[in-house]
Design a protein around this ligand. Structure first.
Ligand code: C5P
Length: 266
Protein backbone atom coordinates (compact mmCIF):
# COMPACT_ATOMS: atom_id res chain seq x y z
CA UNK A 1 0.00 0.00 0.00
CA UNK A 2 1.29 3.48 -0.81
CA UNK A 3 2.27 5.80 1.98
CA UNK A 4 0.05 8.59 0.72
CA UNK A 5 -2.26 8.44 3.73
CA UNK A 6 0.72 9.37 5.94
CA UNK A 7 0.88 12.70 4.11
CA UNK A 8 -2.66 13.42 5.29
CA UNK A 9 -1.89 13.11 8.99
CA UNK A 10 -0.94 16.46 10.51
CA UNK A 11 0.84 16.21 13.84
CA UNK A 12 0.19 19.11 16.22
CA UNK A 13 3.42 20.29 17.85
CA UNK A 14 1.65 21.64 20.92
CA UNK A 15 4.66 22.45 23.12
CA UNK A 16 5.87 25.60 24.84
CA UNK A 17 9.51 25.26 23.78
CA UNK A 18 11.49 24.37 20.70
CA UNK A 19 13.54 21.63 22.39
CA UNK A 20 10.46 19.47 23.08
CA UNK A 21 9.18 20.09 19.56
CA UNK A 22 12.50 19.03 18.04
CA UNK A 23 12.66 15.94 20.25
CA UNK A 24 9.27 14.79 18.94
CA UNK A 25 10.23 15.53 15.33
CA UNK A 26 13.37 13.42 15.83
CA UNK A 27 11.39 10.53 17.32
CA UNK A 28 8.96 10.51 14.38
CA UNK A 29 11.58 10.90 11.66
CA UNK A 30 10.66 9.02 8.50
CA UNK A 31 7.05 8.54 9.62
CA UNK A 32 5.71 12.13 9.72
CA UNK A 33 5.27 14.59 6.86
CA UNK A 34 3.25 17.60 8.05
CA UNK A 35 3.55 19.41 11.36
CA UNK A 36 1.14 21.91 12.82
CA UNK A 37 2.56 24.90 14.67
CA UNK A 38 -0.10 26.54 16.78
CA UNK A 39 -0.36 29.52 19.06
CA UNK A 40 1.56 28.02 21.99
CA UNK A 41 4.68 27.01 20.08
CA UNK A 42 4.68 30.02 17.76
CA UNK A 43 4.39 32.47 20.66
CA UNK A 44 7.27 30.74 22.41
CA UNK A 45 9.71 30.34 19.55
CA UNK A 46 8.36 32.21 16.53
CA UNK A 47 10.05 31.79 13.20
CA UNK A 48 12.79 29.55 14.60
CA UNK A 49 10.54 26.49 14.59
CA UNK A 50 9.31 27.24 11.06
CA UNK A 51 12.89 27.54 9.79
CA UNK A 52 13.78 24.25 11.48
CA UNK A 53 10.80 22.39 9.98
CA UNK A 54 11.35 23.83 6.50
CA UNK A 55 15.06 23.00 6.56
CA UNK A 56 14.17 19.45 7.56
CA UNK A 57 11.77 19.16 4.60
CA UNK A 58 8.43 19.08 6.43
CA UNK A 59 5.21 20.76 5.33
CA UNK A 60 3.92 23.32 7.85
CA UNK A 61 0.35 24.07 8.91
CA UNK A 62 0.61 27.43 10.72
CA UNK A 63 -2.52 27.22 12.87
CA UNK A 64 -2.95 30.78 14.15
CA UNK A 65 -6.69 31.02 13.40
CA UNK A 66 -6.77 34.69 12.43
CA UNK A 67 -9.91 36.67 13.31
CA UNK A 68 -9.73 40.44 12.97
CA UNK A 69 -10.74 43.27 10.65
CA UNK A 70 -10.11 42.51 6.95
CA UNK A 71 -7.08 44.79 6.61
CA UNK A 72 -5.33 43.20 9.61
CA UNK A 73 -6.10 39.66 8.46
CA UNK A 74 -4.88 40.48 4.93
CA UNK A 75 -1.50 41.49 6.37
CA UNK A 76 -1.37 38.59 8.84
CA UNK A 77 -2.04 35.96 6.17
CA UNK A 78 0.47 37.55 3.81
CA UNK A 79 3.10 37.52 6.56
CA UNK A 80 2.32 33.89 7.45
CA UNK A 81 2.74 32.94 3.80
CA UNK A 82 6.03 34.79 3.55
CA UNK A 83 7.28 32.89 6.63
CA UNK A 84 6.96 29.69 4.60
CA UNK A 85 3.70 28.13 5.87
CA UNK A 86 2.04 25.64 3.51
CA UNK A 87 -1.37 25.80 5.19
CA UNK A 88 -2.81 28.88 6.92
CA UNK A 89 -6.18 29.38 8.60
CA UNK A 90 -8.63 32.11 9.61
CA UNK A 91 -12.01 31.94 11.39
CA UNK A 92 -14.95 31.71 8.97
CA UNK A 93 -17.02 33.74 11.43
CA UNK A 94 -14.85 36.73 10.49
CA UNK A 95 -17.12 36.91 7.43
CA UNK A 96 -16.75 37.02 3.66
CA UNK A 97 -15.02 40.39 3.47
CA UNK A 98 -12.39 39.23 5.95
CA UNK A 99 -11.87 35.90 4.19
CA UNK A 100 -11.54 37.60 0.80
CA UNK A 101 -8.92 39.91 2.31
CA UNK A 102 -7.14 36.81 3.65
CA UNK A 103 -7.21 35.27 0.19
CA UNK A 104 -5.70 38.43 -1.31
CA UNK A 105 -2.87 38.35 1.25
CA UNK A 106 -2.36 34.68 0.44
CA UNK A 107 -2.16 35.29 -3.33
CA UNK A 108 0.45 37.98 -2.83
CA UNK A 109 2.55 35.75 -0.57
CA UNK A 110 2.24 32.88 -3.06
CA UNK A 111 3.60 35.07 -5.83
CA UNK A 112 6.63 35.94 -3.72
CA UNK A 113 7.41 32.47 -2.36
CA UNK A 114 6.50 30.72 -5.62
CA UNK A 115 4.51 27.84 -4.16
CA UNK A 116 0.88 26.94 -3.57
CA UNK A 117 -0.28 27.74 -0.05
CA UNK A 118 -3.64 26.44 1.16
CA UNK A 119 -6.06 28.68 3.04
CA UNK A 120 -8.67 27.14 5.34
CA UNK A 121 -11.43 28.60 7.52
CA UNK A 122 -12.20 27.27 10.99
CA UNK A 123 -15.95 26.54 11.30
CA UNK A 124 -16.95 25.29 14.77
CA UNK A 125 -14.20 24.22 17.16
CA UNK A 126 -14.13 20.48 17.85
CA UNK A 127 -14.08 21.28 21.57
CA UNK A 128 -17.65 22.65 21.26
CA UNK A 129 -20.52 20.45 22.46
CA UNK A 130 -24.21 21.11 21.72
CA UNK A 131 -24.45 22.84 25.13
CA UNK A 132 -21.55 25.12 24.23
CA UNK A 133 -23.24 25.92 20.90
CA UNK A 134 -26.45 26.81 22.74
CA UNK A 135 -24.58 29.00 25.20
CA UNK A 136 -22.81 30.98 22.46
CA UNK A 137 -25.27 31.04 19.57
CA UNK A 138 -28.80 30.66 21.01
CA UNK A 139 -28.59 34.05 22.65
CA UNK A 140 -32.29 34.69 22.29
CA UNK A 141 -33.96 31.59 23.64
CA UNK A 142 -37.44 32.30 22.25
CA UNK A 143 -39.59 31.10 19.35
CA UNK A 144 -37.53 32.99 16.78
CA UNK A 145 -34.59 30.73 17.56
CA UNK A 146 -36.28 27.43 18.22
CA UNK A 147 -38.13 24.98 16.07
CA UNK A 148 -40.59 22.52 17.66
CA UNK A 149 -38.85 23.16 20.94
CA UNK A 150 -35.48 22.08 19.49
CA UNK A 151 -32.61 24.55 19.14
CA UNK A 152 -32.11 25.29 15.45
CA UNK A 153 -28.40 25.89 15.76
CA UNK A 154 -26.44 22.68 15.85
CA UNK A 155 -22.71 22.26 15.37
CA UNK A 156 -23.48 20.74 11.98
CA UNK A 157 -25.83 23.48 10.77
CA UNK A 158 -23.42 26.22 11.86
CA UNK A 159 -20.42 24.41 10.36
CA UNK A 160 -22.30 24.01 7.04
CA UNK A 161 -23.31 27.66 7.02
CA UNK A 162 -19.76 28.85 7.77
CA UNK A 163 -18.34 26.43 5.18
CA UNK A 164 -20.67 28.09 2.63
CA UNK A 165 -19.19 31.48 3.47
CA UNK A 166 -15.65 30.09 3.12
CA UNK A 167 -16.54 28.55 -0.26
CA UNK A 168 -18.01 31.87 -1.46
CA UNK A 169 -14.83 33.63 -0.37
CA UNK A 170 -12.74 31.32 -2.55
CA UNK A 171 -10.90 29.47 0.24
CA UNK A 172 -9.48 25.97 -0.27
CA UNK A 173 -11.60 24.44 2.46
CA UNK A 174 -12.50 24.37 6.14
CA UNK A 175 -11.37 23.04 9.49
CA UNK A 176 -14.27 21.10 11.01
CA UNK A 177 -15.09 18.04 13.07
CA UNK A 178 -14.82 14.73 11.20
CA UNK A 179 -18.54 14.39 12.01
CA UNK A 180 -19.28 17.28 9.65
CA UNK A 181 -16.76 16.54 6.92
CA UNK A 182 -19.01 14.36 4.74
CA UNK A 183 -21.94 16.78 4.85
CA UNK A 184 -19.66 19.64 3.85
CA UNK A 185 -18.27 17.60 0.93
CA UNK A 186 -21.80 16.70 -0.21
CA UNK A 187 -22.88 20.32 -0.11
CA UNK A 188 -19.81 22.05 -1.51
CA UNK A 189 -18.09 19.38 -3.61
CA UNK A 190 -15.19 16.97 -3.25
CA UNK A 191 -12.66 19.64 -4.20
CA UNK A 192 -13.58 21.76 -1.19
CA UNK A 193 -11.16 20.35 1.36
CA UNK A 194 -11.63 19.48 5.03
CA UNK A 195 -9.08 19.36 7.83
CA UNK A 196 -10.42 17.50 10.86
CA UNK A 197 -9.02 17.72 14.39
CA UNK A 198 -10.83 15.91 17.22
CA UNK A 199 -9.18 12.57 16.39
CA UNK A 200 -9.01 9.80 18.99
CA UNK A 201 -8.41 6.05 18.73
CA UNK A 202 -10.93 3.71 20.34
CA UNK A 203 -9.66 2.02 23.49
CA UNK A 204 -10.41 -1.41 22.00
CA UNK A 205 -8.30 -0.72 18.89
CA UNK A 206 -5.35 0.24 21.05
CA UNK A 207 -5.79 -2.89 23.18
CA UNK A 208 -5.99 -5.10 20.09
CA UNK A 209 -2.71 -3.75 18.72
CA UNK A 210 -0.61 -3.72 21.88
CA UNK A 211 0.33 -5.66 24.98
CA UNK A 212 -1.79 -4.77 28.01
CA UNK A 213 1.02 -2.78 29.59
CA UNK A 214 1.75 -0.81 26.43
CA UNK A 215 -1.96 -0.32 25.72
CA UNK A 216 -2.48 1.29 29.11
CA UNK A 217 0.21 3.84 28.33
CA UNK A 218 -1.36 4.57 24.93
CA UNK A 219 -5.04 4.83 25.83
CA UNK A 220 -6.26 8.15 24.50
CA UNK A 221 -8.18 10.55 26.57
CA UNK A 222 -10.82 12.75 25.08
CA UNK A 223 -9.30 15.80 26.83
CA UNK A 224 -11.25 18.93 25.88
CA UNK A 225 -12.34 17.52 22.49
CA UNK A 226 -16.05 16.76 22.24
CA UNK A 227 -16.97 16.10 18.58
CA UNK A 228 -14.48 13.28 17.95
CA UNK A 229 -13.95 10.32 15.61
CA UNK A 230 -11.21 7.79 14.89
CA UNK A 231 -8.70 8.38 12.06
CA UNK A 232 -10.34 5.80 9.76
CA UNK A 233 -13.82 7.20 10.43
CA UNK A 234 -12.55 10.70 9.56
CA UNK A 235 -11.08 9.47 6.27
CA UNK A 236 -14.29 7.55 5.50
CA UNK A 237 -16.00 10.91 5.92
CA UNK A 238 -13.61 12.19 3.24
CA UNK A 239 -11.33 14.33 5.40
CA UNK A 240 -8.39 15.54 3.31
CA UNK A 241 -6.21 15.89 6.41
CA UNK A 242 -6.61 14.83 10.03
CA UNK A 243 -4.91 16.67 12.91
CA UNK A 244 -3.61 14.65 15.85
CA UNK A 245 -2.04 16.25 18.90
CA UNK A 246 -2.12 14.82 22.42
CA UNK A 247 -2.64 11.16 21.42
CA UNK A 248 0.91 11.47 20.04
CA UNK A 249 2.54 14.34 21.92
CA UNK A 250 1.46 13.07 25.37
CA UNK A 251 2.05 9.39 24.64
CA UNK A 252 4.84 7.63 26.52
CA UNK A 253 5.89 6.29 23.11
CA UNK A 254 4.91 8.79 20.42
CA UNK A 255 6.23 6.70 17.53
CA UNK A 256 4.18 3.68 18.67
CA UNK A 257 1.17 5.91 18.96
CA UNK A 258 1.62 7.27 15.43
CA UNK A 259 2.06 3.73 14.11
CA UNK A 260 -1.17 2.69 15.86
CA UNK A 261 -2.91 5.53 14.12
CA UNK A 262 -1.53 4.41 10.77
CA UNK A 263 -2.60 0.81 11.32
CA UNK A 264 -6.08 1.89 12.35
CA UNK A 265 -6.33 3.74 9.02
CA UNK A 266 -5.19 0.79 6.87
O1 C5P B 1 -4.45 17.25 21.20
P1 C5P B 1 -5.50 17.22 20.17
O2 C5P B 1 -5.42 16.05 19.21
O3 C5P B 1 -6.87 17.41 20.73
O4 C5P B 1 -5.13 18.50 19.30
C1 C5P B 1 -5.88 19.00 18.26
C2 C5P B 1 -5.17 20.15 17.67
O5 C5P B 1 -5.96 20.70 16.64
C3 C5P B 1 -4.84 21.30 18.65
O6 C5P B 1 -3.56 21.79 18.30
C4 C5P B 1 -5.89 22.33 18.37
O7 C5P B 1 -5.40 23.64 18.53
C5 C5P B 1 -6.22 22.08 16.91
N1 C5P B 1 -7.54 22.45 16.46
C6 C5P B 1 -8.71 21.94 17.01
N2 C5P B 1 -9.94 22.34 16.55
C7 C5P B 1 -10.02 23.21 15.55
C8 C5P B 1 -8.85 23.71 14.96
C9 C5P B 1 -7.62 23.30 15.44
O8 C5P B 1 -8.63 21.11 17.92
N3 C5P B 1 -11.19 23.55 15.07
Amino acid sequence: MSNDYKKKVIIALDFNNIADAKTLVDKLEGEAYIYKVGLELFLNCGNEILLFLKKSGYKIFLDLKFYDIPHTVYNAVKSAGLLGADIINVHASGGIEMMKAAKKGLSEAQETVGKKIELFAVTVLTSFSSEDIKEVFDFNDNSAHTHNGEPENTAESIALHLAGLAKKSGLDGVVCSPLESLGIKKMFGEDFKTITPGIRLKENDIKKQNSLEKANSLINRRDDQKRIMTPSEAFRNKADYIVVGRPITRAAEPLESLKNIYSEIC
